[in-house]
Design a binder for this molecule. Structure first.
Ligand code: MN
Length: 489
């Protein structure tokens, strides 16, 4: 889907035809110019002057699948009662861009005509009130429309809104159930469908095996060539790699046939399969599919959504799991990995990921699964977990700083990422555990916490952010108040 955003400008008839023509021309110019600096096109739609024009554009936006959100602005004053009938029906993400056509107040030129034409300061307040009064979830961005920082903020919001569009059409394919007895990866599939739009359904592992058996040797040859061009082959066990290719091709065919953008599986149910998909899942994630291990369909869907929110619609975001800590004073780190399935979009650029085969004792593996092994890159990132609190969903986001792993770990047969958690490892862990965050997360280098907050607001779910400034005490209070507030909602 090619997404775009609509620019809806508010005005009224009071100013006369000339002013309205000027407003429209400027709005068109701004949309065109802004589109050059934004990740998605901004299309000028209307200078709205009546209740009907606003209601009509909202209806059109609601029913146009390519429209991922609307951005409003009031160049002049636009009485807001005329917006009510439209806004109460708006089902798309909404950003109020409080800007102004001119950057400077022109000392000589300014007179009452100039004031009446350029009164966004006035119009945007009237416009803002009605959204506040209607308790509408929206993003307010203020700043000059040619400012780079403003472009970045609108662009980030657009990406979050695209996450919403992807979420609303998300289909998740489950192979096997949730890992036995595990709580945090469970969730109410009816609730997520009502709230987030996700269709989460199960397919038999036997159907996947049937699909695998139908994969041809030439299809496998083709994918093998792709693997060897992208990755270093560090094993003699070509059969294991070919088997992973067979799994990948079969899973991809089933996902595409059913329109699924994410899948989960479990090592406890691999009937008819020789290997847990490792390289297969990793290479599928590299193509933008979401994945969750141990039946974790929540993290699978979130991975796909956050990938779609990233650069070029497939950013550096991946399924991750907190494994082990390094608790030495002054150099505390978390080590994240998974049994096999870490997406190579996280890999540092200095070395190609290696394909290796190793024994995997956990699960029903008959043979040693092939997997990609690499180190994660350095840089600021976030980890995100969606948990079901019973009656509501909570999205937990923690700021982290990834580092080059401080040791080589030559006997660790999986991809690994090492990071410093905010505010520090122990307080961060206490906050995370207090909030009920899972061991599975989506780790992202290119989706920001602000974007996840925007996403949560658009989805009307709880958002908890653990930052460099968070304290356990403050977080406990926040969670207590959130609990009360969400019970009343
Ligand atoms: Mn796991």
């Amino acid at each position: 889907m090619k997404y775009n955003f609509w620019f809806v400008v508010g005005s009224q008839f009071l100013y006369g035809e000339d002013v309205l023509v000027t407003v429209e021309n400027r709005a068109k110019e701004m949309a065109q110019e802004l589109s050059k600096h934004l990740p998605y096109p901004l299309i000028y739609k209307v200078t709205a002057k009546t209740n009907k024009e606003i209601s009509d554009i909202v209806k059109e936006a609601n029913y146009d699948d390519s429209c991922a959100g609307i951005i409003t602005w009031c160049h002049t004053f636009s009485p807001s009662k005329m917006w009510i009938n439209g806004l109460v029906n708006l089902q798309k993400p909404y950003c109020h861009f409080a800007t102004q056509y001119n950057k400077e107040i022109p000392n000589d030129e300014i007179d009452m005509d100039f004031m009446n034409l350029n009164q966004a300061a006035h119009g945007d307040r009237e416009h803002g009130f009605i959204a506040s009064r209607l308790r509408m979830p929206r993003k307010v961005i203020a700043g000059f429309w040619q400012d780079e920082k403003v472009h970045k903020r609108i662009g980030d919001w657009m990406r979050a809104a695209v996450g919403v569009a992807v979420s609303k059409t998300m289909r998740v394919m489950r192979f096997g159930d949730n890992m036995r007895e595990v709580a945090v990866t469970e969730g109410d599939k009816v609730e997520v469908q009502a709230k987030l739009g996700w269709q989460v359904n199960t397919w038999a592992v036997g159907d996947l095996v049937k699909e695998m058996n139908a994969v041809t040797e030439s299809e496998i040859d083709c994918l093998l060539a792709e693997y060897t061009s992208k990755y270093d082959v560090a094993t003699d066990n070509l059969e294991a790699i070919r088997y992973q290719a067979r799994e990948e091709i079969a899973i991809k065919k089933m996902l595409d046939r059913e329109g699924c953008l994410a899948f989960s599986n479990t090592f406890q149910d691999l009937y008819g399969m020789e290997q847990l998909p490792g390289l297969a899942s990793q290479h599928l994630m590299a193509q933008g599919y979401g994945y969750g291990g141990e039946g974790d369909w929540k993290v699978a869907a979130m991975t796909a959504i956050m990938k779609a929110m990233g650069k070029n619609g497939n950013g550096a975001s991946a399924f991750m799991e907190d494994y082990t800590y390094h608790l030495v004073d002054g150099e505390e780190y978390s080590l994240g990995a998974h049994m096999l399935e870490v997406c190579p979009s996280l890999a540092s650029d200095d070395k190609k990921p290696r394909i290796e085969t190793h024994h995997l004792g956990i699960g029903m593996n008959e043979k040693d699964p092939a997997r990609l092994v690499f180190e994660g890159k350095e840089g600021e990132a976030i980890v995100v977990s969606l948990v079901d609190m019973g009656g509501r969903l909570r999205l937990i986001c923690q700021d982290i700083v990834c580092v080059k792993p401080i040791m080589e770990m030559p006997n660790l047969p999986v991809a690994r990422v090492m990071w410093k958690a905010m505010p520090n490892l122990c307080d961060g862990v206490e906050c995370w555990i207090t909030a009920g965050g899972a061991h599975h997360t989506v780790l992202s280098y290119d989706v920001s916490a602000e974007q996840m907050k925007d996403f949560a607001r658009m989805m009307d779910i709880e958002f908890v952010h653990i930052t460099k400034d968070t304290t356990v005490d403050a977080l406990e209070k926040e969670l207590f108040l959130n609990d009360l507030a969400w019970k009343l909602k």
